[in-house]
Design a binder for this molecule. Sequence first.
Ligand SMILES: Cc1cc2nc3c(=O)[nH]c(=O)nc-3n(C[C@H](O)[C@H](O)[C@H](O)COP(=O)(O)O)c2cc1C
Length: 524
Amino acid sequence: MEAILDFLSSISWWGWILIFLMIVAIRDIFFQKAHTISHNFPVVGHLRYWLESIGPEMRQYFVANNREELPFNRIERSWIYASAKKENNYEGFGTDRDIYAHQHIFVKNAMIGFQVPEKHPNIANPYFLPCAKVMGAYNKRRKPYRPASVINVSAMSFGSLSAAAVESLNKGVEKCQAYHNTGEGGLSPYHRKGGDVIFHFGTGYFGVRNKEGGFSMEKMKILVDENPCIKAVEIKLSQGAKPGKGGVLPGSKITKELAEIRGVEIGKDVISPPTHKAFSNIPELLDLIEAIAEETGLPVGIKGAVGKVEQWEELADLMKKKGKGPDFITIDGGEGGTGAAPPSFADHVSLPWTYGFTSIYKIFLDRGLTDRIVFIGSGKLGFPAKAAMAFAMGADCINVAREAMMSIGCIQAQVCHTNRCPSGVATQNKWLQNGINVPLKSDRLAQYFKTFRKELLEITHAAGYEHPCQFHMEDIQVNVDDDYLSSNLRTVYKYQKEQVGFHSMQELYDCQHLGGKPTYEKTL
Ligand SMILES: Cc1cc2nc3c(=O)[nH]c(=O)nc-3n(C[C@H](O)[C@H](O)[C@H](O)COP(=O)(O)O)c2cc1C
């Protein structure tokens, strides 16, 4: 025994390294069967896998130029980070974008911009920018709702996001009077930290699910009665990143807390089917919308990504005929994000936002229905100039998901589907999410939203308007890469947006249905 110990202690440190590498080589050649490269090039083959795994970070930090990356390039991310931290978010020396590039958008400034009069709400509060329409006003719902912010947090569930992230978002929206969409996973305690909430459900009916996995109106009523923070209900038909694709939440992830929130059994796989059980055609969808609105008193809307338009036309025809229908419609672009989706879906199924929104808005415009509906857009719209374009096309509000995630620390590692999100935002790993400082991150979300609203207002004023809802299609121009070179949106998309009945910011400020806390900063 002593001889063996003597022999081992006589081996130098580089001897131990050689022994370790030999063991790895033996394993690579004789025992592992999964990787051809490791078998054919023992030991060094591992370098390839390691380099591949750190490739995204290397490219992000050292190789990619400022405008190169997707989904969000460095300039976009930096603008969100700086805005969220209230740091200098300007760029020096002029734009580094090719402003002659295809699809580049321009906001047309007025010769003399809008001059904000004395005693205007925006003098005291430069961040005040509520929605110009009231959800549920046309359909005379018992509890109409005017979102107090034109930018809001898009559907992302507790489950896809960590508890700390959801709490940061909710406390953040409370601080800037925006709303927080729950996403498909039900209403968690982390969604009830003071902010306005839009309760969203999909085919899994989490939170409002009966024993058979279908929709329970009874549970919906109780949920709304017990949670006055819920200001509206959204029925998810589809989302841009994976329309028509259901999901599986593995039993291993169903903790006691998640089971309670989602209304499912602990430890059992939960399947979200691709389609709804509560309706199978447009008349049934309309009936469900009306039933929920009637039982809860809340405005009810739908969210969808756009492909074929025939069923949207049927919905619009039925709304015209019956004088009822959704109070808001959220159109999600194919460029939208997700916790997890197959690339074949994320890359190819459903239209990008501008094409999808255009085709749907036109359907409601042709039937004279646009003033009944609050149109919400989502799909990389969390930047003031892009939002101005969305408003010119007919959007009344925008929802942001990944931009909101970035404001609370997401670094676009693109590993939401692995439970290994390094920033703790999109993971259930306790260690990783413990790094999130909720009070600080909620301030960041609030500051991003405020900066966004302020800059959108400044662009609006430069164009000669008081509120972005006043943008016309002719106010925005886009490079179209043909003989017309650059055309206004009306020429490109072949419709004229119906102007919103906006009178003054003061009127919105005084509206009794204005969201945000009742203690809204009455700074006037
Ligand atoms: C982590 C994550 C989870 C999401 N969960 C949902 C969801 O539960 N329901 C839904 O309709 N959309 C969901 N989405 C889509 C977003 O709500 C949004 O529509 C889309 O990402 C486009 O907005 P963005 O470009 O600002 O991210 C999710 C997106 C992300 C990134």
